[in-house]
Design a protein around this ligand. Structure first.
Ligand SMILES: NC(=O)c1ccc[n+]([C@@H]2O[C@H](COP(=O)([O-])OP(=O)(O)OC[C@H]3O[C@@H](n4cnc5c(N)ncnc54)[C@H](OP(=O)(O)O)[C@@H]3O)[C@@H](O)[C@H]2O)c1
Length: 252
């Protein structure tokens, strides 16, 4: 399946993986709309990629999703690809003083966000001839990362949800793909995790995006570049060992 001539919505497309993917899909002749919460980041994305459409929207807010749906299905009725990429990731210590509304942020954005987006956009996608939903999880969907417990839980949940969604839609034209990136050089990694992983670098974001596009075009259900594939295999062959290895990060 070629990723050209499509109308693609990418949540969280103002930075990192989403922004790089938006640029690559634009260059391949797709109409691309990106979302995010920060107006200034969306404006910067538009300046970087002329022709990119941007709409302020928060996947953790139901009214914001409803507004986005009304706007996009009116302006871009040919919308046929939804990429649920928006996400946050924090290192946090369980039991530290933290408001109850704050502790579940990764669940609200990284797990409930895609679930809400699919719920809202699926009826529209089903009106298209060759629709696709892409959920961006993580290699950490397969092995939890102790310093990011809520993120790990959210991404494991997204993996389970995506498998069920694919199965429920199996006899329909809607294709469901999971992209599980490995550690990737983006602001998300730089802001919180680089300090815990001295000397380690992630996959360059342009390389990741090439893997994503070629994996989708090759018809894969799960795109797991680099270390993500290693984590999936290790989670089957040596689950205790690999979990302990990942738990050493940030343990001191
Ligand atoms: N980088 C990695 O190592 C890595 C590895 C595995 C998986 N991933 C996954 O890849 C995805 C992209 O990550 P990234 O590294 O590119 O991060 P990033 O550079 O921090 O970009 C995250 C994007 O999501 C948007 N976003 C955050 N919360 C949002 C919300 N509530 N509603 C709408 N947009 C929101 C951000 O914009 P605003 O803040 O303006 O809303 C931004 O555009 C995430 O799902 C992440 O979990 C990343």
């Amino acid at each position: 399946m070629k990723l050209t001539g499509r109308t693609v919505l990418i949540t969280g497309g103002s930075s990192g993986i989403g922004l790089e993917l938006a640029g690559a899909l634009l260059a391949r002749g797709n109409v691309v709309i990106v979302t995010g919460r920060s107006e200034s980041a969306l404006e910067a994305a538009r300046l970087r990629h002329p022709g990119l459409h941007a709409s302020k929207s928060d996947v953790a807010n139901e009214n914001s999703i409803l507004d986005l749906y009304q706007t996009l299905t009116t302006r871009f009725p040919a919308l046929d690809v939804l990429i649920n990429n928006a996400g946050i990731m924090r290192a946090l210590r369980l039991g530290d003083d933290r408001p109850l509304t704050d502790v579940t942020q990764e669940v609200d954005i990284d797990l409930s966000g895609p679930i809400r987006m699919v719920q809202q956009f699926l009826p529209h996608l089903r009106t298209r001839s060759n629709p696709m939903i892409v959920n961006v999880s993580s290699g950490l969907a397969f092995v939890p990362f102790t310093i990011s417990p809520i993120y790990s839980a959210a991404k494991a949940g997204l993996h389970a949800y995506t498998r069920c969604l694919r199965e429920q839609l199996r006899n329909t034209p809607v294709r469901v793909v999971e992209v599980a990136p490995p550690l990737t050089e983006t602001p998300l990694f730089a802001s919180e995790f680089k300090q815990h992983m001295p000397g380690q670098s992630g996959m360059p974001v342009d390389v990741l995006v090439r893997h994503i596009i070629s994996g989708i075009e090759a018809g894969r259900d799960e795109v797991r570049p680099g270390q993500s594939n290693v984590l999936k295999i290790a989670s089957r062959l040596a689950p205790g060992f690999i979990f302990k290895q990942l738990s050493k990060v940030g343990a001191t």
